[in-house]
Design a binder for this molecule. Structure first.
Ligand SMILES: CC(=O)N[C@H]1[C@@H](OP(=O)(O)OP(=O)(O)OC[C@H]2O[C@@H](n3ccc(=O)[nH]c3=O)[C@H](O)[C@@H]2O)O[C@H](CO)[C@@H](O)[C@@H]1O
Ligand SMILES: C=C(OP(=O)(O)O)C(=O)O
Length: 441
């Protein structure tokens, strides 16, 4: 099994370039299903496991899709199948985002219930509530959903009980081809939603208000493929900002939209990190000790839950005690156990974690339990004394392009490799077989 090995204690320096946002490109690929003519050309489609999974999902629908050097081309003029297999959908929650586009284009879909990171129960009731309001009949089978609409989807007024990113995206895509107007109230405001709306509008959709709590979609009868460049990944950028802060280093982060990073920038500044923004990126510079701060995760423009575990790694090294409150997902503290194995002192009480600073992090064998938890362990390992071996790295590879190479280029002592013990055992077995001659030989 592959592992990431880190020897802590190196200062970082130099420049790192941010790739296209995973959470923007996935809905945009799903939205390309809506184009009944023309080819959608999507640039900055990061080379990530999740993007490859979405590629396979569309291929499974019989759509022509081609992925080459961060550019995806989708020709969805012919859709041969409206079913998404359990095998693909369980791997990645965002595959569920094909439901809205398929309902709008084909009037039916059969899709497995979604999987993804183990960070909470993650229901889909708000997606389904939106589709039902638009006239869709939904049947829940064992692990499957079957949905159908007679004729076109009907525009509706939909109030989301929680400002769900996925539900906002799924409903917005369905509504783009619906008859009449759809209004989504208490919509999510994340930058990835604005990027999706920009893509849809370029395709011919009529969407207003994306990025605010009320989105109005006037349905149109057809959409066409267009060319689009995905926004930079604010969570990848935030992760490298913390890499600089946790190692007391100065690095330059290139290719960002600073506005999307406001909640992360202001928290880090509160801690004493110096951030200089210019037109190409930002210089992040830190000297220890940094100040401890309290953090509460919230939907955008609040502090992102996808940065909570990375922030926890940093708070272990600051000068006092901090409280982190996770309000978005009910089970997103799985990384605490691994941090405590590295000599961290964190106590969890419901949705709050009390993080003791001034911690002498010590290298250890730890396991990534989800994508961001994995990234946070890499960060903690950069600051720890000695060697850390991180398993479960398939989680990290879902969402970070070349994290090992990028950190090594910044000066980190980090490599990706196979588990040494397993390798040693394998070579012993190979050596044993080499000495055994079968009787017939
Ligand atoms: C691919 C993608 O973009 N993933 C992001 C997206 O996930 P995702 O779109 O799954 O997250 P949501 O915004 O939907 O979830 C937010 C909260 O709403 C709840 N909920 C959601 C839908 C629903 O029908 N009912 C319901 O109760 C969830 O359980 C959760 O507690 O937004 C999350 C919150 O910023 C991020 O952590 C994920 O990285
Ligand atoms: C939780 C995440 O992804 P997903 O919604 O795909 O599980 C994430 O990007 O941190």
């Amino acid at each position: 099994m592959s592992r990431i090995f880190v020897r802590g204690g190196q200062r970082l320096s130099g420049k790192v370039k941010i790739n296209g946002a995973k959470n923007a490109v996935l809905p945009i690929i799903a939205a390309s299903i809506l184009a009944s003519e023309g080819v959608s050309i999507i640039h900055e489609a990061s080379n990530l496991d999740d993007v490859r999974t979405m590629h396979q999902v569309l291929e499974g629908l019989g759509i022509t899709i081609n992925y080459d050097h961060s550019t995806i081309k989708v020709d969805a003029s012919h859709i041969q199948c409206t079913e998404a297999s359990y095998d693909l959908v369980r791997r990645m929650r965002a595959s569920f985002l094909i439901m809205g586009p398929l309902l709008a284009r084909c009037g039916e879909v059969r899709i497995a219930l979604p999987g993804g990171c183990a960070i909470g129960t993650r229901p889909i009731d708000q997606h389904l509530k939106g589709f039902e309001a638009m006239g869709v009949k939904i049947e829940l089978g064992l692990g499957f959903i079957e949905a159908k609409v007679n004729g076109r989807l009907q525009g509706a007024k939909i109030y989301l009980d929680v400002a769900s990113v996925g539900a906002t995206e799924n409903i917005m895509m369905a509504a783009a081809l619906a008859e009449g107007t759809t209004i989504i109230e208490n919509a999510a405001k994340e930058p990835e939603i604005v990027d999706l709306a920009n893509f849809l509008n370029a395709m011919g959709a009529r969407i207003r208000g994306a990025g605010t709590g009320i989105i109005r979609i006037d349905g149109v009868t057809e959409l066409r493929g267009v060319e689009h460049t995905v926004i930079p990944d604010r969570i990848e950028a935030g992760t490298y900002m913390i890499a600089a802060a946790i190692t007391g280093s100065t690095i330059y982060i290139e290719g960002i939209i600073a506005d999307h990073l406001t909640p992360i920038i202001s928290k880090l500044q509160e801690m004493g990190v110096i951030i200089d923004i210019d037109e190409n990126g930002m210089r992040v510079s830190a000297e220890h000790p940094l100040r401890s701060v309290d953090v509460k995760t919230l939907p955008y423009p609040g502090f992102p839950t996808d940065m909570q575990s990375q922030m926890m790694a940093l708070l272990l090294t600051t000068d006092g005690t901090s409280i982190i409150t996770e309000t978005v997902f009910e089970n997103r503290f799985m990384h605490v156990e691994a941090f405590n194995r590295m000599n961290g002192q964190i106590k969890v009480d419901g949705r709050a974690a009390v993080v003791s600073g001034n911690c002498r992090l010590v290298g250890s064998k730890v396991m990534a339990t989800d994508l961001r938890a994995g990234a946070a362990l890499v960060l903690a390992a950069l600051a720890a004394e000695g060697d850390t071996e991180i398993s479960g790295i398939h989680h990290i590879e879902r969402g970070y392009v070349d994290i090992v190479r990028k950190l090594r280029e910044l000066g980190a002592n980090i490599r990706r490799g196979e588990d040494v013990e397993v390798q040693e055992e394998l070579s012993e077995i190979k050596a044993l077989f080499a000495t055994v001659r079968p009787s017939w030989a």
